[in-house]
Design a protein around this ligand. Structure first.
Ligand SMILES: Nc1ncnc2c1ncn2[C@@H]1O[C@H](COP(=O)(O)OP(=O)(O)OP(=O)(O)O)[C@@H](O)[C@H]1O
Ligand SMILES: [Mg+2]
Length: 227
């Protein structure tokens, strides 16, 4: 049998936001294991800690305490530069609001992570065109975000997430701003990527969307529970 490898291993992760007069415990004693090839959905009500957890998984923020091993490396105490380096190599992000740069066309948006990774111009443009074509956007290569539908913009964002061939895709409410049909297209794209071996962690408050993942965990007031 093929050995199962852990891509995410979190032990006792807590996150406390400490603003001037209020302290918010956003995550409490999170233990989370995600294996390579998993497709995990994390659900929970507004304010339950979903985005906070996603930011920590995605090396966009540090936990207050606890241990986080990402693909074999202890990243718990990484500084910002170390986080940025690792994030660019290991993780592709898809956000609810697409986060595309408005003045850049589809190809230019998709190549951005490759510029940061120091990949040559010819190679990165070829790769961007290839990814956009695979995602059915070959007729939209030179369009800017405001010239595309929401579903098309989200597929551009998925192409961008794939640019540096990360093993892990993190998607925070990727269908949240889309109509049902475009949302289905995005979910089908994520499922196809998972079939090809990508590990996917999807955050959603929609039950129907969560049901399409292989596994569901639930956050309640900062605590992770399986249902
Ligand atoms: N930067 C911050 N400073 C202080 N408190 C914060 C900060 N970010 C989030 N919080 C608090 O932490 C808790 C979890 O927030 P989080 O954004 O993770 O929730 P969520 O599950 O993603 O909610 P939603 O579904 O509305 O996006 C909330 O109580 C929120 O008010
Ligand atoms: Mg959120």
């Amino acid at each position: 049998m093929k050995k199962r490898e852990e891509i995410i291993k979190m032990t006792d992760i807590t996150k406390v936001y400490d603003s001037s007069d209020v302290e918010t415990v956003a995550l409490r004693d999170i233990d989370l294991v995600v294996e390579k090839g998993d497709f995990l959905a994390i659900t929970g009500r507004s304010g339950s800690g979903k985005s906070t957890l996603m930011h920590i998984i995605g090396l966009l923020d540090n936990p207050t305490s606890g241990k986080y091993i990402l693909n074999g490396t202890d990243v718990s105490k990484f500084n910002e530069d170390e986080q940025a380096f690792q994030r660019n190599r290991e993780i592709g992000f898809v956000f609810q609001s697409f986060n595309l740069l408005p003045k850049l066309n589809a190809v230019e948006n998709v190549i951005l992570p490759a510029i940061y990774a120091g990949i040559g111009k010819k190679e990165r443009v070829e790769k961007a065109v290839e990814l956009l074509t695979e995602l059915g956007l070959e007729d939209h290569l030179n369009k800017r975000p405001n010239q595309m539908s929401g579903g098309q913009q989200q597929r551009v964002a998925i192409a961008r997430a794939l640019m540096n061939t990360p093993e892990l895709i993190l998607a925070d409410e990727p269908t949240g701003n889309l109509d049902t049909k475009s949302g289905d297209d995005v979910m089908n794209t994520l499922k196809a990527l998972n079939k090809d071996g990508k590990t996917i962690v999807l955050i959603t408050h929609e039950h129907d969307i969560a049901l399409q993942a292989k596994k569901i965990l639930h956050l309640e007031d900062g605590k992770l529970i399986s249902k």
